[in-house]
Design a binder for this molecule. Structure first.
Ligand code: NAI
Length: 315
């Protein structure tokens, strides 16, 4: 499906670099589309041909949009849409801009998604080691009758079929991705802060609390065991006192109202309320994001990290 085609990789950051190099090493013709910046210099250093986004779009048969979701609509409007022709294909690594109608490609091009469930550096390293990574694939528009095959061919060429390519949709990708960020990671972050603050208020040493919580690396070992042994089966690696404590207290920690709050967070993603709020925040220069990040970086944990890594270096 890809033989004789030129694949235009727009963006040379986390995903762009990994996917462009994987496609090249799978023996396909790749051009990179980037503004003249440090990313473009890196593409040239890696031996790839790099052009402005509009020029790369014109040269490419298959266009992969691998620039940040926030800037995609403007770049699409100005530099990609004018270069689209019948027979070309447009691919995304996330469902965001298509699901929320922030980009509306013409129906004469194939529209597809190959969304790795993996950070860019590992998309590259796992391609090189032959291990691969899972990804979600979807077709939004099959203008040529070849869109499904093109999608799987791209997934395969970047290493995304070795661990499994799951038939999905732009919508499902948005829901699983944003709900992980806004429920799972938001919740874990909040629980960790509460763990720290409650124990320090009770007189425990902040360094000991931070070490127990995450600096020891035990959290990472438990997460690895969840993957290797099983989410619940890994409980056997903990003492029975721990097992009883974990299983019997979960509903006290996240009990009444948790299901309803989960449903509300998901609904705000699904119905576009979050996307509208985020668009407004961006238009205003991201004041809330700046404040929340500043507050996070003023949390006492930052000082403890500095102290502990400093003393570790001293040894
Ligand atoms: P990134 O932030 O690493 O992208 C940087 C690239 O975007 C650079 O080449 C830069 O030149 C280009 N760029 C930035 N602003 C630009 C502008 N105004 N005009 C033209 N080019 C511009 O992006 P990342 O993280 O690789 O994300 C790309 C896509 O991959 C997104 O759709 C994201 O949701 C998706 N994705 C990202 C993952 C990750 O590991 N970060 C994982 C899976 C999907």
């Amino acid at each position: 499906m890809l033989e004789g085609k030129t694949i235009g990789v727009m963006g040379y950051g986390n995903q762009g670099r990994a996917q462009a190099l994987n496609l090249r090493d799978s023996h396909f013709r790749v051009v990179v589309g980037c503004p003249p910046d440090a990313y473009r210099d890196r593409a040239v250093e890696d031996g790839l041909d790099a052009f402005d986004v509009s020029e790369a779009t014109q040269k490419a048969d298959i266009i992969l949009i691998l620039i940040p979701d926030e800037v995609q609509p403007a770049v699409y409007r100005e530099s990609i849409a004018p270069g689209l022709e019948k027979g070309k294909a447009l691919g995304f690594a996330s469902g965001y801009n298509i699901y929320f109608n922030l980009i509306e490609p013409p129906s004469f091009v194939d529209l597809f998604m190959v969304a790795p469930r993996m950070i860019g550096s590992a998309v590259r390293s796992r391609y090189l080691s032959g291990r691969g990574f899972p990804c979600l694939v979807a077709v939004g528009e099959d203008a040529t009758g070849r869109a499904h095959k093109t999608t799987l061919a791209i997934a395969r060429a970047i290493g995304g079929t070795k661990a499994g390519a799951f038939a999905s949709s732009f919508k499902e990708e948005v829901l699983v991705d944003l709900f992980a960020e806004q429920f799972l990671w938001a919740g874990i972050g909040k629980l960790c802060r509460l763990y720290f603050e409650t124990l320090v208020a009770a007189g425990c040493t902040p360094e000991t609390v931070a070490t127990e919580m995450y600096l020891s690396g035990e959290m990472l070992e438990v997460a690895k065991a969840m993957i290797e042994e099983g989410f619940f089966k890994q409980l056997d690696l903990h003492s029975q006192t721990s097992q009883y404590g974990q299983l019997s207290r979960a509903d006290r920690v996240l009990g009444d109202g948790a299901e309803e709050r989960a449903r509300q967070v998901l609904e705000a993603i699904r119905n576009g309320d979050f996307a509208r709020e985020w668009a407004k925040e961006q238009a205003q220069g991201k004041p809330t994001l700046s404040r929340l990040k500043r507050e996070a970086l003023e949390h006492p944990l930052n000082e403890i990290e500095r102290k502990l890594s400093w003393s570790a270096q001293d040894e």
